[in-house]
Design a protein around this ligand. Structure first.
Ligand code: NAD
Length: 276
């Protein structure tokens, strides 16, 4: 029997709807300042989608577009102004930045209570210590998918492939927060397939096309594929979907799995940041 295919588009739609309902009840709408530096077409497209979905949910669009040669000092000053502006309840600095800029210093400057991407060191510390704070969007979206499909997390063996600050590390911490037994695998893991084969919940964010094949998956496991790769055969993930779907109990497709959740969780964070 084939796996349940987890419908990220549908779950994301329902998150967006709930956010829009709650935004409509607020006395003042949240205001999201997306900050785009330069003219990278992929970044411009991402930011356009984020702004569009925010506006559709009733969030004010306070976008800032800065030239690609903006200095570190000028961009720092823009972030300081947004931090001080009461109409701005959320700030998102679109990455990657042009090479002459230091992203860590700029992200670290964002007020952690407006850090809707959940990437500042303070937000990371709050997550590590399990205190209230804004969590990174993609790994939060994965938890939302698990909840939407009623996948039991408490006590489950969860394996995360990847340890980036953006996905893998916060993903592992979010699973720990939910009382999973968590293993983190990475590029130096000795026997990746053996570790993955123990997972009741396998989350793959390695950035390697079709790295995980059916023989590394425990029968009946829930497999969440965060990877996204443009190939000659179309979009592919980090999991070999066509074989994995015959072994897994539930699996996300690419596209239509984790991808749509990221912006939905950005909306959720923007709502949360506006309600201190
Ligand atoms: P990254 O390159 O920063 O991190 C990759 C991680 O995977 C590293 O920790 C590395 O140790 C590990 N890794 C690499 N090769 C490995 C291997 N052969 N075996 C085991 N571990 C290995 O990438 P990232 O930013 O975490 O993103 C991961 C993937 O998720 C990428 O494909 C990216 O495009 C995608 N992504 C998707 C979304 C979304 O919204 N769907 C959001 C963020 C990232």
């Amino acid at each position: 029997m084939g796996a349940t295919v987890i419908d990220g588009r549908e779950v994301a739609r329902s998150v967006r709807e709930r956010v829009a309902e709650e935004v409509a009840r607020l006395a003042a709408p949240p205001g999201l300042a997306t900050v785009l530096v330069g003219d990278d077409p992929a970044s411009a497209l991402y930011v356009r989608n984020k702004r569009k979905q925010c506006t559709q949910a009733g969030i004010r669009d306070l976008h800032q577009h800065l030239p690609g040669d903006v200095s570190q000092e000028s961009l720092s000053a823009v972030i300081d102004e947004l931090n001080a502006d009461h109409d701005v309840t959320g700030i998102l600095l679109q990455l990657p930045l042009p090479r002459h800029l230091d992203p860590a210093a700029l992200i670290g400057r964002i007020d952690p209570d407006k850090d809707v991407d959940g990437l500042t060191p303070i937000s990371a510390g709050r997550l590590a210590q399990g205190t209230n704070g804004l969590r990174p969007c993609t790994p939060s979206g994965v938890i939302e998918l698990l909840d939407a499909y009623q996948v039991p997390v408490e006590g489950a063996e969860a394996v995360v492939v990847g340890r980036s600050e953006l996905v893998g590390k916060p993903q592992a911490q979010l699973l720990l927060e939910r009382n999973a037994t968590v293993t983190i695998c990475h590029s130096r893991t000795r026997d990746l397939d053996a570790a993955c084969g123990r997972a009741d919940i396998l989350i793959v964010a390695a950035g390697v096309p079709e790295l995980i094949r059916a023989d590394a998956i425990k029968p009946g496991a829930t497999v969440i594929d965060v990877g996204i790769h443009r190939t000659d055969d179309g979009l592919r993930g980090d999991v070999h979907f066509e074989t994995a779907r015959h072994v897994a109990g539930a699996i996300t497709p690419v596209p239509g799995g984790v991808g749509p959740m990221t912006i939905a969780m950005l909306l959720r964070n923007t709502l949360a940041a506006a309600q201190p």
